[in-house]
Design a protein around this ligand. Structure first.
Ligand SMILES: Cc1ncc(COP(=O)(O)O)c(C=O)c1O
Length: 396
């Protein structure tokens, strides 16, 4: 395995800082490294592997589709793409779906659709996008411009014109920055990379009203917080606030690259052939995996299980907070939880990994917990045991 690490360090662009670990297999909630050591995975490929590793329904769908056809481009219809679009529409507020490959790509598409809709409906001045501080929407230029954190933009300026950033969970700040030239409000119902910060119900309800009042679209970026993660199929259902446009990615393709933009008919109506596109978007293998994933989620009512498991894990986290001064806050929804510390959490995540628990920071001082939605309660208990031993040994 030293050779893999050597090659990676020698030949890959240095965009990632990785531990000296090579994973060769996954099983349920566990990743297994080249030496055979097992790690309880509370990262899940950053909220991607919602059904854990090796779920039989996903494997079967992928194998069957690979044997039929891997890629056709979007010049032609394919069965899995049409079926997954129907499943998404039948289970959401939306009327139509556009498929892309990654989260950032879907955010780009959503912003393009919003501008096209706004300009063609209300005139060429209506182009502004209202986003929020501390948000994360991806690394491409429009998604990066929408992202309200300087650390991601440093070195890449200038950003695109027309974007403004209000304070998250501060309706007055949004009200001050919105006007009739605003085409869309873009918001994460639960900020993920920004430190697992749920919006308040009043905030999202207020944004809904502001968007309607100013003829702007309300776009929810549910890339990290959707598809069962908050304890409902979609996070907007957890809040009881309906967006006009919904952006999905991460777990959507059952582990394969797949993202989607869901829209209502009036937005769909302004998008014509040639207005947007993607060679790979909605690839049949990814869509077959996505369909299998979504059917399991719905048929086994996994969101309801997430509500219960989320409560169990949160109780563990809350009781740790009650006993340790170094834990500042515990927050989140369902199985998207975060623990904020008084100091940087990198060493805690490293120590947990040594003990066989994978955790991923969200910002400097927040440890984030994103187990597979299928995690067993005994695995929640095991993760809590390791976390508590790490917190005690590192911070006492
Ligand atoms: C809320 C949110 N939006 C967008 C993105 C970007 O997705 P991707 O990395 O697939 O481009 C992420 C990724 O972490 C995210 O959490």
């Amino acid at each position: 395995m030293d050779q893999v690490i050597e090659q990676a360090n020698r030949y890959l662009l240095g965009t990632y800082k990785r531990p000296d670990l090579v994973f060769v297999r996954g099983e349920g909630s566990y990743l297994i490294d080249a030496s055979g050591k097992r790690y309880l995975d509370f990262v899940s490929g950053i909220a991607v592997n919602a059904l854990g590793y090796g779920h039989p329904a996903i494997l079967k769908a992928i194998h069957e589709q690979v044997d039929r056809v891997i890629h056709t481009s979007n010049l032609y219809h394919t069965e899995p793409q049409a079926r997954l679009a129907a499943l998404l529409v039948e289970n959401s507020f939306a009327d139509r779906v556009f498929f892309a490959n990654s989260g950032a790509e879907a955010v780009e598409a959503a912003l393009k659709f919003a501008r096209k809709w706004a300009k063609s409906t209300f005139g060429r001045e209506k182009v502004r996008i209202l986003a929020f501080k501390n948000s994360f929407h991806g690394r491409t230029f429009a998604a990066l411009t929408a992202t309200g954190q300087r650390k991601y933009r440093r070195g890449y300026e200038p950003m695109l014109p027309g974007f403004r950033h209000a304070v998250f969970n501060d309706l007055a700040s949004a009200e001050a920055l919105i006007d009739d030239r605003t085409a869309a409000i873009l918001v994460e119902p639960v900020q993920g990379e920004g430190g697992i910060r749920p919006a308040t119900v009043e905030f999202l309800k207020g944004l809904r009203e502001l968007a309607t009042k100013h003829n702007a679209l309300l776009i929810f970026d549910e890339i990290q917080c959707s598809l069962g993660r908050t304890g409902d199929l979609f996070a907007y259902q957890t809040y009881g606030v309906e967006p006009d446009v919904l952006v999905l990615a991460k777990p959507l393709g059952g582990g394969l690259p797949l993202s989607a933009v869901l829209v209502k008919e009036d937005v769909a109506g302004v998008i014509k052939p040639g207005d947007h596109g993607s060679t790979f978007g909605g690839n049949p293998v990814a869509c077959a995996a996505g369909e299998a994933f979504l059917r399991v989620l719905l048929e086994e009512d996994i969101p309801t299980q997430v509500k219960r498991k989320g409560r169990v894990f949160r109780e563990y986290l809350d009781s740790m907070k009650a006993e340790s001064n170094s834990i500042r806050d515990v927050r989140g929804l369902g199985l998207m939880l975060g623990m904020e510390f008084a100091r940087p959490v990198g060493p805690l995540a490293d120590a947990a990994r040594e003990q066989g628990l994978l955790l991923c920071p969200a910002g400097k001082k927040v440890l984030r917990f994103l187990p597979p939605l299928t995690v067993a309660e005994s695995e929640l208990q095991e993760a809590a045991r390791i976390l508590w031993s790490v917190v005690q040994s590192q911070l006492s």
